[in-house]
Design a protein around this ligand. Sequence first.
Ligand code: GLA
Length: 339
Amino acid sequence: MRARGPGRVNLLGEHTDYNAGLCLPFAVEAGVTVSAERSESGEIEAHALAYGEDDRFDPTDPQPAAGWRAFVRGTVAELNAAGTAVPGARLRIESDLPEGVGLSSSAALGSALCLALLAVAGQPEPERRELARLCSRVEHRWIGAQTGMLDQMAAFFAEPGHALLLDCRDLNVEQVPLVLGDWSVCVADSGSRRALAESGYNERRRECAEACTRLGVESLREADEGAAEGLPEPLNRRVRHVLSENGRVRAAVDALKTGDINELADLLDASHRSLRDDYEVSVPEVEHTIERMHAAGAAGARIMGGGFGGAVLALFPPDAQPPDDAVPVAPARGAHILD
Ligand code: GLA
């Protein structure tokens, strides 16, 4: 039994997911494959080729762990808690997705593990929103990263040829055809890596929660733009980013529907300025990569993912020659069973 979980890019809508906002991701071809085979030993034996390490534990008594092991133990524990009795199994984890560059290797691993363990337990697949929520609980409780639902929803709902308009207020999704003609979307690694849990990501979440308390709203989706401007620094700028980013996602969907790719490129640039100046999640290596992409002819470029390092997303017009380290990406299939 083999399951595949894809990495993802996010065209627009950054740091909006945990603010009940809008995102526009798509899955990429690169991802994580988990092979699972029932074992008589009753234990979970995980062999992670991707990390050159092994793990072994009793599925009914998973001890906390770090790194990829925490994903395996956490997914087993959350599946058990949700009523799937995970049997002893031998797992093999392979990946062709770089880690820590903003392509969400964690949701790729989480979604593949989830589907592989359900299959080995002989369980039919539950509703995919439930699976996305389960993978999100693994991130929160077992990894300590207070991430939103962007990555997990992209992993479970993405479709080839489409971007996924995701409304994090109700986890509603709409498939938006991604028709770019001869334009290309590329991802370039800034070379600067920082794990989400250690970075300012959780701090940004706290700032948004504080802004909500001060504004008397449940989420920033309900925040009033004018009222937000009256908040103290830096909360005013944090909210300004979130509200303007939701607007850019809507504008991007309109631009895609009318085939206005120049407009989409301008929205990427505007998103980057907002993430750099208002949300303050950029770093010098990322700025340098953005400049290089523009110098090579990108019509739009922005920091992607949680920030504080990681990848840059750039949109190149038909006549441009993207640099060698800018890897073209196209919308691929969401998490699925391979055989
Ligand atoms: C990381 C998180 C996501 C999302 C993005 C920022 O990728 O895992 O939930 O918050 O950062 O948009």
